[in-house]
Design a binder for this molecule. Sequence first.
Ligand code: PMP
Length: 428
Amino acid sequence: MSQATNQQEFDRASQVLVGGVNSAVRAFRAVGGTPRFIQRAEGARMWDVEGKAYIDYVGSWGPAIVGHSHPEVLKAVQAAVADGLSFGAPNVRETELAQRICDMFPHVERVRFTSSGTESTMSALRLARGYTGRNRIIKFEGCYHGTADSLLVKAGSGALAFGNPSSAGVPEDVVKHTLIARYNDLDSVRRLFEQYPDDVACLIVEPIPGNMNLMVPQPGFLEGLRELCTQYGAVLIFDEVMSGFRVTLTGAQGWCGITPDLSTFGKVIGGGMPVGAVAGPARIMERFAPLGNVYQAGTLSGNPIAMAAGIATIDLISRPGFHDELNRRMTRLVDGLNAAAKKTGVAFCARALGGLGGMYFRATPPVYFEEATDQNLEQYKRFYHLMLEGGVYLPPSPVEAFFLSSAHTDEDIDQTVALAEKSLAAVA
Ligand code: PMP
């Protein structure tokens, strides 16, 4: 164990890492205070360098759906490590993970693995443009698809938390083809298609967004997107990097029964190792190199250790009843939080879909982007630090979703709810 405090480690990190971190949201800028330096994580818990334990509702931002350091995942990783870290040549574990994905999603015939969600959405856009020969793309305000230039426009997640939903350093020329629509507002999408009927290559959407906190599609919204894309010949991309394998085993598409043309995955399919994927029918996917003229590659893509972690994780969550049990525990948590809000009179609510949850400092769950950002931020910050002090690690931003794993027990959940009630009472 480090002898230093979190603050000392943060000071030291800040001398050599930009803002002391390697991913902006980790710096706690939205909530203030000192980021926790994590020493170790197991099951539903993380321990910081001061030895303090936290019940973790971030789960590495999604991958840790079976809890941290699950013995079966560790065993698979250790076996893969013994075979070598990276080959730069095909390995059988890539086929095995791809096979599982193809078996799960009827429309998926081919998979291309990358090393991050960002690479997967960036590659999916290039593929859609190469396939259609068109330029424009439609994305939604508040949806986050990673840090590719053309998608870093009115983005959610960390970009939104810092009040910079669009980034400096992205030339106008690059984003002039990015069209922005309003999530849950089909007319805003229809208008864009009517404006550019022959030049929309694709529409990319988080079907169940988790980057403007958790949002739920209104009845008919996703169906409408499917119809418009079909009508105008645009590729419908479901970015399921966050929702995939988490809201149901087959993600948002399994939940709503709508088939996208392409899907992007990440997080859970790497079980905590760096992985992303683009998946879809052969007629589109085979436009990727080496069969087609859309170039895509990666030195560490399909890395055997990452594939091993992904295979073990997918096998664990494919066991009968896994998501039913995850749902049951999530319902216990959400019901408990909502009851606590009622008792304390705070304008607060929570909801969830499968293992993805949202907490909002407002009276009703948001339907539109503007509502997701319309929360009592002062209350959120105070609540956040009371929970952290009490040993519960929540996402350090009011626009992020939270994540439950199968390692969270009823006792963990009850402890969380009891602390939340005390904390809500204190911020009331
Ligand atoms: N798409 C979605 C929906 C995401 O939630 C994220 C990351 N939170 C990404 C893409 C980018 O993934 P990565 O951070 O692995 O690049």
